[in-house]
Design a protein. Structure first.
Ligand SMILES: Nc1nc2c(c(=O)[nH]1)N[C@H]1C(S)=C(S)[C@@H](COP(=O)(O)OP(=O)(O)OC[C@H]3O[C@@H](n4cnc5c(=O)[nH]c(N)nc54)[C@H](O)[C@@H]3O)O[C@H]1N2
Ligand SMILES: Nc1nc2c(c(=O)[nH]1)N[C@H]1C(S)=C(S)[C@@H](COP(=O)(O)OP(=O)(O)OC[C@H]3O[C@@H](n4cnc5c(=O)[nH]c(N)nc54)[C@H](O)[C@@H]3O)O[C@H]1N2
Ligand SMILES: [Mo]
Length: 755
């Protein structure tokens, strides 16, 4: 897999997104994985109405017209990655000590293939050795029962976990007595959830894909859609074809902001006819989005003096509160400040405002470029303010639409993964399940790491994911995990989190989403919720990678039974037939009434959403304008604002190759994209090596050495590079005080030539 021997290349990419480059890349990938046949055959079963499995990639919804081959290059890669023929069995672990494996690259670790049986760390030999499932569960159960307090354990969720397993997982944690449920959402959309909850009384976006088909204007902020939500390209191209305006807001002009070959539109691919996917590009400085949106709102308010159609005053009066304060705030914010803080000219902001004014229906969509900041919550609320000004809510073709990450990260939260659960949910959970859920808040991702460091949390359970690499401050997080008495990783592939472990450690291998899940009542399906609140069933059909794998619900039930021997929860019965889990969920969860029937409709069902119907579960019962001051996001002299992001050939901590096709990079990940003038100031030329030093909020510094500098079209004062390598630079204390999210898109750094 490793391309390290190849020299790095950088050549700006001028082709449309998707298209032949994608086809070529997929073919090469399938050949390398030895999956040229099984891969494509499986993909035909993916995202299908009436059967098939949900793509384990991103959370972008399936096509509303039926699920005809709405697939993408990266979806194919994710599926193939899971379906590899390679295996990591007991012989592998017998042949390599953990210390030896720690010297391997992450790509080498993951590319060993699928895990096949439960393994326990044996300190005497520094190796993982086989352990039976009952023994593994007993180890977990004994350790949990031996804790002084249930809050000494934390239960992490990565967003692939299906809804049924999710429900059992949080039930186990709460029956044990803790709300310590950190999840990957603490690192991606916590800010969106908190902002939308405060403004609209819902933690989610209000639009669905049909709305995307009816919008006159789309404002797309801080997302690299061509790589991370590739099926959005279809929606963008179709919007362009019907004459919609598409405004991209991103310090980088990403591939999705230019043009595409619609991923499933093979006819056009053959004739090389690309469709545009953007009509205006704005390049704010890192963190400049809030000022930019404030500017658009200010322009709308100014326009209203002479243009009665500029604002929807009826909507504002009927459904909102706080408008006058917001108007005053916009008036008080000067154009100079807006221009300086956003890094976008007043003329360009006015152009975007004009597009907003002329559109009857607008959607604003955003991802991590907006959320992983100190002021992520304020920025999302500013976006909502702008939407409210023209009544872009609760009607077709309009509203907020955050782009979620992992395929079921939204479903995880819906089904109870929340370290700050609300009282009504806990009441119902307690009543229906006959438990007494703890009322005090639990720990999130950063809180868990700090607690492990202090010794307050001694058991860490990872339900999927690769915690040590995904989390900030890699050395700090590693030290925290090493202090644990027990770390348990439920995984499909070998990764770094198996090597950075507690005194005792377990690797519990599970079925992947593509695999057939047979239980006593027959083949089981699990449900997932996409980024637009559609819930549908996913049924794996591939023969499991090993006969020793258990499903995630079975693993959770096994741990729960061992830890709670007297539990009245019917753990075994739940695993025999997931319909029984769904029956319980339908009693506990809002919007899941008649779950078993509705989820079996061809396209599943959409969770009812009050804000969409202009019913607001906010303090005032109305949609609330916010009035936060603009933050100062201008880098101090000599420093740069650094955003960490994904490359094209990557799934979070899984690196498929060292290429980033749309950004024109080959064979290189240890790089930093910089503005050419910032390079010149530092005497740096393309491919020169530089040391990057971050300055944390507490003044401490962290460094990466010998990163290659790539000149890029990015505003002055801004720089970008790749996660997870750059997580070393994000101090554990550098999280937002608004969302508790690590500020992974806004690290303060200095860059200088390597010695
Ligand atoms: N192929 C693939 N797909 C994925 C993933 C993957 O790793 N690989 N990960 C999944 C997950 S879990 C998630 S959460 C999503 C993440 O999807 P994205 O949010 O697209 O993820 P990033 O790669 O972090 O890219 C963030 C984008 O924000 C921009 N940006 C940085 N700073 C700013 C800023 O201050 N303002 C604005 N407006 N933009 C900014 C960057 O230029 C970049 O385009 O993708 C999901 N889909
Ligand atoms: N600097 C920086 N850091 C970031 C981000 C950033 O933008 N910048 N983004 C953050 C975000 S948004 C996220 S979501 C996190 C990602 O954090 P995680 O979700 O923790 O990480 P992944 O890399 O997606 O996890 C990959 C592992 O999941 C396991 N796996 C795959 N499929 C399955 C399955 O079906 N079941 C189970 N049980 N396991 C499975 C495999 O063993 C694989 O090694 O990273 C965060 N970290
Ligand atoms: Mo994410």
């Amino acid at each position: 897999m490793s391309d390290q021997e190849q020299p790095p290349e950088f050549k700006p990419y001028h082709h449309p997104a998707a298209g032949w480059g994608a086809a070529k890349s997929v073919t090469g990938f399938l050949i390398r994985e030895g999956e040229l046949m099984a891969g494509p055959r499986a993909i035909l079963k993916m995202n299908h109405e009436n059967g098939g499995f949900d793509c384990p990639g991103c959370a972008w919804p399936d096509d509303t017209k039926g699920l005809h081959l709405d697939i993408c290059e990266n979806g194919i890669k994710h599926v193939t990655w899971e379906m590899t023929r390679k295996r990591v069995g007991r012989e592998f672990f017998a042949a390599h000590t953990v210390s030896e494996l720690s010297g391997w690259t992450d790509t080498e670790l993951e590319s060993q293939g699928r895990l096949t049986e439960p393994m326990r760390y044996d300190a005497a030999t520094d190796r993982y050795v086989p352990i039976s499932w009952p023994e593994a569960f007993a180890l977990v159960g004994d350790t949990l029962r031996g804790l002084d307090s249930p809050d000494q354990a934390a239960y992490y969720t990565s967003g692939r976990l299906g809804n049924e397993a999710t429900f059992l997982y949080q039930l186990m944690a709460r029956e044990l007595g803790t709300n310590n449920l950190p999840d990957c959402s603490n690192m991606c959309h916590e800010a969106s959830g908190r902002a939308l909850q405060a403004a609209l009384g819902t933690g989610k976006g209000t639009v669905d894909l049909k709305d995307w088909e009816h919008a006159d204007a789309l404002f797309i902020l801080g997302v690299n859609a061509a790589s991370n939500a590739p099926r959005m390209l279809t929606a963008l191209a179709e919007a362009y074809r019907r004459g919609a305006q598409i405004v991209h807001v991103n310090p980088l002009i990403e591939a999705a902001a230019t043009r595409t070959i619609i991923p499933h539109d093979f006819a056009r691919m053959a004739t090389f006819r690309a469709t545009r996917t953007g009509t205006l590009n704005l390049q704010p400085r890192i963190g400049g989005d809030m000022a930019l949106i404030r500017g658009m709102a200010k322009a709308a308010l100014e326009q209203a003096a002479t243009d009665p159609g500029a604002l929807d005053l009826t909507f504002i009066e009927r459904h909102t509160t706080g408008f006058e304060e917001y108007r005053a705030l916009c008036e008080a914010t000067s154009w100079e400040e807006i221009e300086r803080q956003s890094g976008v000219s007043v003329a360009d902001i006015r152009a975007a405002a004009r597009i907003y004014r002329d559109a009857d229906r607008s959607i604003a969509s955003w991802c991590l470029g907006v959320t992983q900041h100190e002021h992520g919550v304020d920025t999302v609320r500013e976006i909502v303010n702008l939407l409210l000004l023209r009544g872009n809510l609760g009607r077709e073709g309009a509203g907020p639409s955050p782009v979620r990450g992992h395929s079921n990260v939204q479903g995880n939260r819906t089904c109870g993964i929340d370290h700050r659960p609300d009282a009504a949910f806990l009441d119902r959970l307690g009543e229906v399940c006959g438990i007494a859920p703890p009322r005090h808040h639990g720990l999130d991702t950063v809180g868990t790491i700090e607690a492990m460091h202090r010794g307050d949390v001694t058991v860490f359970v990872g339900m999927g994911g690769n915690f040590v690499l995904a989390a900030p401050d890699t050395p700090y997080t590693s030290a925290a995990l090493r202090k644990c008495a027990l770390t348990v990783q439920v995984s499909t592939k070998l990764n770094r989190s198996h090597l950075v472990h507690g005194e005792q450690a377990l690797i519990l291998p599970c079925l992947g989403r593509t695999e057939k899940d047979e239980q006593r009542a027959g083949v089981q399906a699990t449900s997932v919720e996409d980024a637009m609140s559609m819930v549908h069933l996913s049924t794996g059909m591939k023969r499991p990678a090993s006969t020793h794998l258990l499903s995630e619900p079975a693993i959770i039930a096994g741990m729960a039974r061992a830890a709670l021997p007297d539990s009245a929860t019917p753990w075994e019965a739940y695993v025999e037939d997931y319909d029984r889990i769904r029956d319980t969920m339908s009693q506990v969860l809002d919007g899941f009434e008649d779950f078993n029937r509705r989820v079996r409709q061809p396209l599943g069902f959409r969770i009812r959403q009050p804000a969409r119907e202009l019913v607001f579960h906010t303090a005032s019962g109305r949609a609330e304008f916010s009035t936060a001051a603009l933050p100062d996001v201008i880098p101090a002299p000599g420093t740069l604002a650094l955003g960490t992001m994904r490359s094209h050939d990557q799934w979070n901590t899984t690196i498929y190759s060292d290429d980033d096709r749309y950004r024109g990079v080959k064979n290189l990940r240890t790089l930093i994209f910089m503005n050419a003038e910032d390079m010149r100031d530092r005497g740096l030329a393309e491919f020169d090596e530089a040391d990057i030093t971050s300055i944390a909020k507490d003044g401490t510094t962290r460094s990466l050495q010998r990163y290659k500098v790539i000149p890029y079209d990015i505003p002055r004062g801004c720089a970008a590079g790749y996660m997870p390598e750059m997580n070393v630079l994000c101090a554990i204390g550098d999280y937002s005080t608004q969302s508790d999210q690590p500020i992974m898109k806004h690290l303060k750094v200095t860059v200088e030539r390597s010695a």
